[in-house]
Structures are given as structure tokens and as C-alpha cells.
Write a protein that binds this ligand. Structure first.
Ligand SMILES: C[S@@+](CC[C@H](N)C(=O)[O-])C[C@H]1O[C@@H](n2cnc3c(N)ncnc32)[C@H](O)[C@@H]1O
Length: 349
């Protein structure tokens, strides 16, 4: 595997571990829900050749443009869509792309977004306080900073940034606004907690909190993971790389819950939940980058990879197909012929 092929743009994190966890095989069908610079996608296509197919999703049109150029040699094997992964199931139904052998989420931002391209994600470059992953979104970070009450801001910075100084930062922001640029916000935070703070920049947590809020990151992740499970065929793999504890908690809790039989509260005398596992955990312990990867790519240092495999029993094949069908019944995807096909595919998986 060529780790450094197009590394100048965005170095894919835990690349070999991802390909192994996805168990990529020739002729397989895969979904990359966070296409970014196309680094993981390139490796998936390399390893699934001949005959592999990839559906690449990113909500950022700039990312899709960059990935399209990078994946040109695979143009007959890829389908790239500018969409939010919160609509994963609808996207797969629209393009008739399921069941699949593997689904990847590599969360967070790509280097393209971070490297000061004027979108306000980085506290190291001055830019308008925007932070929207997609230009189609309405609310920017500046809207939040300048319109939330002081207590709403403190709550947001504490909840999504896990910032111990949330109240003091919120008070200073409220006194200082309007704040329209990243550096203005950074200076405001530095006045509260100084310009150095151990290994991390003092604005890191506040910026994380704003980005999560602007892009509804946690809600979207939780919703998309649930949809992803239904799209996996027999023994299909779900692989998620997260970069902070709030994301990782969602992934860990969902995978653990879905890999259990009974999920009744502890102490319940007899099971009433009738929950059946839909996943089997691949790695009981989270996978993290090696010291040499961190040295090569410091952005990887907080990465955590979790992987699970789909378990499907015979009865469930039909349930899955019906779920997918009814999911979109309110939209324009009423396709009885497709449902019939799905039932056949799922029952043969
Ligand atoms: C860390 S980058 C992925 C990098 C990619 N794996 C690579 O190797 O080049 C994460 C990407 O996910 C995209 N993203 C984040 N949230 C998204 C969402 N809800 N829907 C679709 N794309 C999303 C971002 O725009 C960004 O391009």
C-alpha cells in the first residue's frame, strides 16, 4: 500500500488499519461517508480492484471537487455525491447502492478545510467566523457567537468543548461582541486563559464547540451510524475514526449496544427488551495510531478507530428491506419493484 501517494493534500489517518478493519476485498462495494481528499477512498479502490465500487459522500463541495480529481483513474468505479451523511439511507436508496461490504466514517476536518482556506475552522489563520462544512447551511459560527445569550454560549462551550473556563470565556465574548473573525475570537479567549495552555492552544476547545454546533455533528453522526448498520450486507463492516471524546463516546456506545443481546437495565429479573445483536465488535480495544504515524502526521494523534461486523439473521433480511422502503415512503421513492429486488438480495446475502 502506498501511504504517501498524494500525501501533500491530506494524509489519511490509520490507513492500513482502516483497510484491514473494512476487510476490503476485490469486487466489494464500499461507502466512504467522509470522502475529504479521497485518501482512504483511493486505498479502498486499490484494494477492491478488480470490480470494486465506491460511493463517496461529502457535504463540502470543495472536498468532492478535490476527491474527483484525485480519483480520476477510478471514474468508472465511483459515484461521488455532495450530500450530508445524515441522509445516508436515502442516498443509498436513490442510487440503488446497497447492501454493501463496508462503510467508513473518518470524522472531523480534512487538511483542505483546516489549512486556512478562509472558512474559519482554524484558529491559526485569520478568516471570517464561518465554520459551515457546506455553503447550503444557514447558521455560521459568527451567528452563534453574536446572537446566543451568555448562558447559552457557556453551556455550548462546556458541552461541546468540554472547556473548564466556559463561563469566563462566554462572559468575555458577550462583552467583546460583535466578533466576526477567528483571530478576534482567539484574542478574546487568550485574554481569559492566557496564550499558552500545555500542549493545546487555548482556543481549541471553544473552536471545537462552535464547529460541532454549527454542523450538528453529534446528532448527524448518531443518526447516520444507525442507518449505516441497516445498509450493511452479511458480515459487512462498519469502521469509524473519531478525533474527540464526544464523537468516540457515540460510536463506542452504539457499537456496544448493538453488539449485545439483552439491553434491559441491570437488575431487571427477566428480559423484556427482546433486543437482538446486529453487530459483532471487531476490535474490543480501540485502535490508535503508532508513534511513527503521529510523528509523520501530528493531526492523527487523537484518532481512535472502532470497527464492527454486521450480523444478520434470516428473518431480519426482510425487515431491513422493508425498513428501507418505508423510510422514504413520504418522499418520491415508492418503488415496489425495488422492494422486491431488495428482498431477494437480502434473503440471498
Ligand atoms: C477527516 S476528513 C476525511 C478525509 C478522508 N478520509 C481522506 O483520507 O482524504 C472528513 C470529511 O468529512 C466531511 N464531513 C464531515 N461531516 C460530514 C457530514 N455530516 N456529511 C458529509 N460529509 C461530512 C468533511 O467535509 C471532510 O471533508
Amino acid at each position: 500500500m502506498n501511504l504517501n501517494k498524494s500525501a501533500s493534500a491530506h494524509i489519511p489517518v490509520l490507513l492500513e488499519e482502516t483497510i484491514r478493519a473494512l476487510a476490503v476485498q476485490p469486487g466489494g462495494r464500499y461507502i466512504d461517508c467522509t470522502l475529504g481528499g479521497g485518501g482512504h477512498a483511493t486505498a479502498i479502490l486499490e484494494h477492491s480492484s478488480p470490480g470494486g465500487q465506491l460511493l463517496g459522500i461529502d457535504t463540502d463541495p470543495e472536498a468532492i471537487k478535490a476527491a474527483k480529481a484525485r480519483l480520476e483513474t477510478y471514474s468508472s468505479s465511483i459515484l461521488l455525491v455532495t450530500e450530508n451523511f445524515v441522509n445516508l439511507q436515502a442516498i443509498c436508496i436513490k442510487y440503488d447502492f446497497f447492501p454493501v461490504h463496508g462503510i467508513l466514517f473518518d470524522l472531523g476536518l480534512s487538511s483542505l478545510q483546516l489549512n486556512g482556506n478562509g472558512r474559519g475552522f482554524s484558529f491559526q489563520h485569520d478568516a471570517p467566523l464561518d465554520m459551515r462544512l457546506s455553503p447550503s447551511q444557514k447558521v455560521t459560527a459568527a451567528d452563534i457567537v453574536n446572537t446566543y445569550s451568555e448562558s447559552e454560549l457557556a453551556h455550548l462551550i462546556k458541552t461541546y468543548g468540554e472547556e473548564g473556563y466556559s463561563h469566563r470565556i462566554a462572559r468575555h465574548i458577550a462583552q467583546e461582541r460583535p466578533i466576526e473573525t477567528t483571530l478576534h475570537l482567539v484574542r478574546t479567549i487568550e485574554r481569559v486563559i492566557g496564550s499558552r495552555r500545555g500542549r493545546i492552544h487555548p482556543a481549541t476547545k471553544t473552536f471545537q464547540a462552535l464547529r460541532i454546533a454549527v454542523n450538528h455533528e453529534l446528532e448527524n453522526l448518531e443518526a447516520a451510524l444507525k442507518q449505516a448498520i441497516n445498509l450493511l450486507g452479511f458480515e459487512g463492516r462498519l469502521v469509524v475514526i473519531s478525533y474527540h471524546s464526544l464523537e468516540d463516546r457515540i460510536v463506542k456506545q452504539l457499537m456496544q449496544r448493538e453488539s449485545k443481546g439483552c439491553i434491559c437495565p441491570p437488575g431487571t429479573p427477566t428480559c423484556v427488551c427482546q433486543h437482538t445483536p446486529s453487530l459483532r465488535l471487531i476490535n474490543k480495544k480501540v485502535i490508535t495510531p503508532s508513534p511513527s504515524e503521529i510523528q509523520l502526521n501530528p493531526r492523527s494523534r487523537s484518532a481512535k478507530l472502532r470497527a464492527a461486523e454486521r450480523i444478520i439473521n434470516q428473518d431480519e433480511h426482510y425487515k431491513v428491506a422493508e425498513n428501507l422502503y418505508f423510510f422514504n415512503e413520504t418522499g418520491n421513492w415508492k418503488k415496489p419493484a425495488l422492494l422486491k429486488k431488495l428482498k431477494i438480495i437480502f434473503s440471498m446475502a
